[in-house]
Design a binder for this molecule. Structure first.
Ligand code: NDP
Length: 291
């Protein structure tokens, strides 16, 4: 069995990460028992889902606090990602926001820090703050989220913008707009994409592939669950390269176990063609889907 891995390259450093991580939106807010959510994240770490994605926004810091508990004593197993609100992404405010995230996470560094979505603070200020955070060892890399191609091109032209490690966007079988322009652009830059809502919790109004009987039938034919099929599709290699890290959120160890198996699934051409027929990609550029 081979495990799908994505290469994260910035400057002179490169790191291979499993193509599945773990989301945390709505965790730590009492929707599921706290102990169960912590056990889920820890099960994920044991199953190789090293990347844990959080944000200062989630539950107003509650998700970061939960992640902090889950990684206590196992920080080295995790690749911790958090995000700064656009209105906190100023020259000094981003430093303060990052320090508050570190405090809640109970760690002294983030593996990756993202600008949550484009805002009104000039990007060069945010880049300067990220650069200072890297120099201080508080973050290892930075990236962005919810940036469309034009935003990425603007970023790439700024000093330091070329060090952006990832762009995290909504991507799932029923929301494939990024395949027209953004995904190919990132491929040319060798910049991995993080896929949020890979189980289609949001995006593509009216479509629910996880509950689609035709998708369910196809998954069953392959000996997979619908979630495994959706995840294996999201992280499928294109032109022989794995370039997507999907971050499903799962609040129970059972869901995590189910999802983790997708790391070892390779979908053949016939299956990909059947999925294309069920959920075709748009033929021309559409606005970026955003939660
Ligand atoms: P997902 O598409 O990951 O769906 C999560 C839902 O799927 C939950 O209800 C979960 O249930 C369920 N689920 C998980 N595993 C299974 C399974 N094996 N079988 C059936 N159901 C399953 O949605 P999210 O919105 O959570 O997106 C993932 C992550 O992406 C977020 O948690 C967050 O970290 C990030 N994100 C980033 C955004 C951004 O702007 N950058 C925006 C939105 C999300 P249960 O919880 O009960 O396990």
């Amino acid at each position: 069995m081979t495990t799908a891995k994505v290469l994260l390259e910035t400057g002179s450093t490169a790191e291979a990460l499993p193509a599945l991580g773990q989301g945390t939106w709505y965790m730590g807010e009492g929707r599921a028992p706290r102990r169960q959510e912590i056990a889920a994240l820890q099960r994920g770490l044991e199953r190789g889902l090293r990347l844990i994605d959080s944000a200062e926004m989630y539950g107003d810091g509650a998700a970061e606090r939960l992640v902090g508990e889950a990684i206590q004593g196992r920080r080295d197993q995790a690749f911790v990602v958090s995000k700064v609100y656009p209105w906190n992404a100023g020259r000094d405010s981003a430093i303060a926001a990052c320090e508050a995230s570190l405090e809640r996470l109970g760690t002294d560094y983030l593996d990756l820090y993202l600008l949550h979505w484009p805002g009104s603070i000039p990007l060069d200020e945010t880049l300067e703050a990220f650069d200072r955070l890297v120099a201080a060892g508080k973050i290892r890399r930075f990236g962005v989220s919810n940036f469309d191609v034009d935003d990425m091109q603007t970023l790439a032209r700024l000093p330091g913008g070329g060090d952006c490690a990832v762009n995290q966007v909504l991507y799932h079988l029923a929301s494939r707009g990024i395949e027209v322009a953004l995904r190919p652009w990132q491929r040319r830059q060798r910049m991995p994409l993080m896929a949020y809502c890979p189980l289609a919790q949001a995006g593509a109004v009216g479509a629910d592939p996880l509950a689609d009987p035709q998708l369910g039938e196809l998954a069953a034919d392959l000996g997979l669950t619908p979630a495994q099929l959706l995840l294996a599709w999201a992280i499928r290699p294109v032109e022989g390269q794995h370039e997507v890290i999907a971050i499903p959120k799962a609040a129970s160890p059972e869901h995590v176990d189910d999802n983790a198996r997708a790391l070892e699934v390779t979908l053949d051409e016939a299956t990909l063609a059947r999925l294309d027929a069920l959920y075709p990609a748009p033929q021309r550029k559409v606005p970026l889907d955003i939660v």
